[in-house]
Design a protein around this ligand. Sequence first.
Ligand code: PMP
Length: 346
Amino acid sequence: MTASIEDLIRENIKTLIPYSSARSEYKKANGIFLDANENPYGNYNRYPDPFQVKLKEKLAEIKNLRAGQIFLNNGSDGIVDMVYRVFCEPKKDKALTFPPTFGMYTVAAHLNNVELIKIPLNEEFQINREELDKYIADENLKVIFLCSPNNPTGNHLNREDINYILDNFKGITVIDEAYIDFNKRISYAQKLDDYPRLIVLQTLSKSWALAGARIGMALMSEALVGVFNKIKTPYNVSSIDQQTALEALENKESIQERMITILSEKNRVIEALEEFDVIEKIYPSDTNFLLVKVADGLKFYQDLLAHDIIVRNQHNVIENTVRITIGKAEENDLLLAALEKINSTN
Ligand code: PMP
């Protein structure tokens, strides 16, 4: 028997009576607002729309979804924490993920006192199905976190493996698609109507260049959006961020152009990096970053740091690797020039 959403939600969340914000009780725009203890003066004196209606409508149009299937939050990292709080009873329920992957799945598990099973990705950075089969039917396993394209490896997980989990796992499957726009794959959000226990995470931080505005998305069934609305803080996306995001979404073309530039820069950087002896391997990337294996990861990282070029040292997750984000052409030039210098002095 497949678990229903109701069966998966923690009892305290099911019975929670949510905070009702002043602004969600009166729907018209032109009242005299004396209800929320706001200051009557200034430009940002009013609380924002608690449910970000306009922004969701615009996102629904772009993502070919219904606005009701979108939940927004101040960053998608915070939604990872909310997933644990909705579905995992501390010290009893479990979640599962496939490292090396985005660190917040682990941090949020600890924060919520939930056991996280870790099944390392195989040599090709794909899911080890044999290992997965040992856990997939565990009654207390409530959530599986997948990241595709994966951070920090940069690759997509095989569709057959994702489909296997969606078809066989009775809990909640979270597919983190933070980097989905940097390649041509179709988002799993298009399958939401087939999979009521699927949550797709996306963000405006990467392809939309709005990391500073903190707009994270959970794309999921209307029923799940309802549950997350119950537990969110009343005004979880600021009016400045909502407005900034709406303006960016209106400017789709310029974002698209920049994305093309980033991807062509990525190819240029790959070709240039291949010329350096110190680079042992550049892993295939479906994202705006490259995972690179070098002879001595820590030294490579520190040598670049000495030139004020900051890459991400990944040595503690994959031996002797660094993760390099693709920058502007002039930034990438500086990276390559620094590598030339480092190369010639070694
Ligand atoms: N998921 C993945 C895979 C990420 O790499 C990141 C950020 N590095 C996030 C989520 C968090 O994104 P946000 O800015 O929306 O919190």
